[in-house]
Design a protein around this ligand. Structure first.
Ligand SMILES: [Mg+2]
Length: 263
């Protein structure tokens, strides 16, 4: 079904997870999120799209299924699932992988080789030392391609905001001069694959999230609709700090079905 949001058609709904549907990526569902997700799934193709890199896809899918937020695991897209599709196509399925041990199972397809063509940043690296990053830096100077699974600035961990993968990508770019290619939100690569899968133009996707910059403004800049929820990492006034502005601002995801005319 297609709904109209601010005079534009919406055919596919993409929902961020942490801060939009749940409190913490492995945390409980936010009030009304499960009911809203059920209503949306009955009316639209729905994809859950997260930039989380610390929890493997299978673990996250089971957690979300347990909360009633997900039915088909294939509807859950993480940066690792995008990497698994894109990098082998480019012959970039070997090189240096910077990942947390707990998330390594998503990279069984990647061959770790200090001379390989890719440097893949898959963790915020809170537990690494600068010394651990030197082989990747040197490989970039030799011409390797730099991939950042995502480049968010920060996220909420418990009660505190902590740095995300973006600062680590910036560290390598500053040192080596090599720009990172992003695989998760808000890369066009990700949303084009969803659009192709659903058989709709990218412009008919609505992306809903609590990150005003990367979930919402970036999606609007890609020609999609972007809805900002005032939950999770949202801080008062975020909608006025980003450009282009959100298509919609909602108190929470629970308000979305009614706005799309399905509740
Ligand atoms: Mg979020």
């Amino acid at each position: 079904m297609a709904a109209a949001v601010v005079d534009r058609p919406v055919s596919v709904v993409c929902l961020d997870i942490d801060g939009t549907l749940t409190d913490g990526v492995r945390g409980p569902a936010l009030p009304g999120a499960a009911a809203a997700t059920r209503l949306l799934r009955a009316a639209f193709p729905v994809r859950l799209v997260t930039n989380t890199t610390s929890v493997p896809h299978g673990t996250l899918a089971r957690h979300l299924q347990g909360l009633g937020l997900l039915e088909d695991p294939a509807s859950l897209l993480t940066p690792a699932t995008v990497a698994a599709r894109v990098l082998p196509e480019r012959g970039h399925d070997s090189g240096i992988l910077i990942v947390e041990p707990g998330a390594r199972e998503d990279y069984a397809w990647f061959r770790e080789d200090p001379d390989g063509p890719a440097v893949v940043l898959a963790t915020e690296a809170h537990d690494l030392r600068v010394a651990d990053l030197q082989p990747a830096f040197r490989r970039l100077l030799e011409g390797a391609t730099l991939y950042a699974l995502q480049r968010n600035r920060y996220f909420r961990k418990g009660d505190a905001l902590v740095t995300d993968l973006g600062p680590l990508a910036a560290f390598f770019t500053y040192a080596s001069g090599v720009e990172a290619e992003t695989l998760g939100k808000p890369s066009a690569l990700l949303f084009d694959s969803i659009a192709a899968e659903c058989g709709v133009p990218r412009g008919e996707i609505l992306m809903v999230g609590d990150d005003a910059e990367f979930d919402v403004a970036a999606s609007v800049a890609l020609g999609m609709a972007g809805a900002l929820v005032r939950t999770g990492k949202y801080r008062a006034g975020d909608e006025a700090r980003v450009s282009p502005p959100p298509t919609l601002v909602l108190e929470s995801v629970a308000a979305l079905p009614a706005l799309l005319g399905i509740a």
